[in-house]
Ligand binder design. Structure first.
Ligand code: GAP
Length: 532
């Protein structure tokens, strides 16, 4: 850390006592703590809060938008700017309605919903069943652990625990029903396994119905069927319909990718997990066009590249894992998620999909325009195959927050809340704090802050005790605080305090930019993400 940059340091005694953190970290941070922290410190607010919120829609505050922009920059630089064979676009949210017919979203982009007749509460039938499976298996595992049978064979486990056996049986029955898209069977299983509504406690269910997740609106002033257009549920289609425009104008040769970051909209029914599942969210997607037959090789390659991108953030590898999709989307011949251990458990963070030639072929069929590539090496025209990497920006935000937010106990018994985000992503890179609001210290602090504008966003604060100001900066993840005191006026030195170690050192003003700049440099992350 700072002591490692000895050459830059001017050694003086710090005017502040050094506090050290103990290695003990307090109880795991749960989702509710993250929600409150995001609100209290200006990261995320519920949408239209003064009107009692709009469900599953959120607004990013001053520090949230900075963090979100840094995540975007990390993705864009590593995926687009540092890959010679990937270019970006920014397509419109509104697209011709036939796009969604061709892509299959009009017919297949739906969730199976079921209502409880007593409470009128609506649920996703698949989620009710999956939760029941998890509960039964979890209960069974506990029983088995008590009987010291955790490592026993499946057969023994099934014999020894009724719940475990029921969980497995339901899982198998659900899998078969899902494969056959048999929603009548979903209802039968819900009834058979006695799943009750969490509000009314009753088993009085309606039939299961398919509910399309796309929002629609009218184009122009005439409200006719033909004018109905959709808010895009994924950004990918903007890339597919522009495939030839981009390939020709950017002179791209296969294999090549097209990337974009943009808003997507889904009328999610189960939307109670903060920014994990939103109705309006942002995606960072890349479609990589390859020769037919090479898709498996590229699928594996992109899986590894994306995993490395996540690991470069310093996350412990145990918090990330691949999850193979058993039920494939209508367009895919292979699909895996990168799951992250959120406070709500291991959940999908990013999807890597082998989308075959489905989308381009369908757009070709519906538009009557050829969407093919002439491969001069093979002397052949073909519709390219596609590997997609797709990550939700908001979900990535939640993952950064979940990984970074900690409550630490210090040696002196005090606790502090700290956001250990990678410095390159930090909303504020450095805070400059005059010790007191007089004697020319504010003026000196302002002078210093003006020299630091090029390292990134800075923060000036003179209110409250220095300890309180440090704590506030810890809570929003500011990697460095610079304190300006009376000695600064005499010898142009300041105290620099590092967020994670809380170590304080006396350095010359002229060294601040170099120390902070090297620590918060985005290239540190990019090098790790792209190293071979
Ligand atoms: N183009 C492919 C596609 O959209 P997806 O698995 O439906 O695939 C990709 O979504 C990613 O978008 C997910 O891994 C997740 O990170 C994010 N995402 C999807 N639905 C979301 C929602 N309702 N709220 C927030 N993020 C979402």
């Amino acid at each position: 850390m700072i002591s490692g940059i000895i050459g830059f340091l001017v050694k003086y005694n710090s005017i502040f006592p050094k506090s050290k953190i103990s290695l003990r970290i307090m109880a795991e941070i749960d989702l509710q703590k993250i929600v409150s922290h995001c609100k209290e410190y200006g990261f995320i607010f519920p949408s239209s809060e003064i009107y009692d919120n709009l469900g599953a829609v959120y607004d990013y505050g001053p520090f949230g938008v900075e963090l979100k922009n840094q995540i975007k920059e990390y993705w864009w630089k590593s995926m687009v700017q540092m890959h010679e064979n990937i270019v970006g676009i920014d397509a419109a949210i509104f697209m011709h309605p036939t796009t969604w017919k061709a892509s299959g979203h009009v017919d297949s982009f739906s969730d199976p919903l079921i209502d409880n007749k007593d409470s009128k509460k609506r649920y996703r039938a698949d989620v009710l069943l999956e939760e029941k499976i998890d509960k039964l298996k979890e209960k069974g595992e506990k029983e088995l652990a008590k009987k010291n049978l955790s490592q026993a064979s499946e057969e023994e486990k099934v014999k020894a625990s009724r719940d475990y056996a029921k969980g497995l049986a339901l899982e198998e029955a659900y899998k078969q029903a899902a494969e056959a898209a048999d929603f009548k069977r979903y209802k039968e299983l819900i009834e058979e396994y006695e799943i009750v509504c969490e509000v009314s406690g009753s088993k009085n269910w309606t039939d299961v119905r398919q509910f399309n997740l796309m929002f629609n609106t009218q184009l122009g002033s005439v409200s006719e069927e033909s004018n109905t257009i959709y808010l895009r549920p994924e950004t990918a289609q903007g890339i597919f319909v522009n495939f030839l425009n981009v390939q020709k104008t950017a002179r791209m040769k296969i294999p090549f990718g097209i990337a974009q970051i943009g808003k997507a909209f889904r009328n999610e029914i189960v939307a109670r997990q903060f920014i994990f599942r939103m109705r309006e969210f942002e995606q960072m997607e890349m479609q990589f066009f390859v020769r037919p037959g090479t898709q498996k090789e590229w699928f594996d390659k992109w899986k590894q590249t994306r995993l490395k991108w996540h690991l470069a953030l310093g996350t412990s590898p145990e918090k990330l894992r691949f999850h193979v999709h058993e039920k494939l989307a209508h367009y895919a011949d292979a699909a895996e998620d990168i799951q992250f251990r959120f406070p709500i458990g291991f959940k999908e963070l990013e999807g890597i999909h082998s989308r075959t030639d489905f989308d381009l072929s369908e757009h070709q069929k519906y538009s009557g325009k050829k969407l093919q590539y002439f491969d001069s090496e093979l002397n052949q025209n073909y519709v390219p195959y596609v590997i997609e990497t797709s990550i939700g920006l908001d979900r990535m935000f939640l993952r950064v927050m979940s990984d970074a937010l900690k409550e630490e106990t210090l040696e002196n018994g005090e606790t502090r809340t700290v956001l250990n985000i990678p410095p390159a992503l930090a909303p504020i890179k450095v805070a400059v704090l005059p010790l007191v609001k007089k004697d020319g210290l504010p003026e000196k602090a302002r002078e210093i802050i003006n020299t630091l504008k090029f390292v990134g966003r800075t923060f000036y604060e003179e209110k409250d005790s220095i300890g309180k100001r440090y704590r506030r900066m810890d809570a929003i993840g500011t990697p460095y605080c610079i304190t300006v005191d009376h000695q600064t006026l005499e010898d142009n030195t300041v105290t620099i305090r590092e967020r994670d170690t809380m170590q304080q050192d006396r350095i010359a003003i002229s060294e601040i930019e170099k120390i902070v700049g090297s620590k918060v440099d985005m290239n540190n992350l990019l090098r790790k993400a792209l190293e071979h």
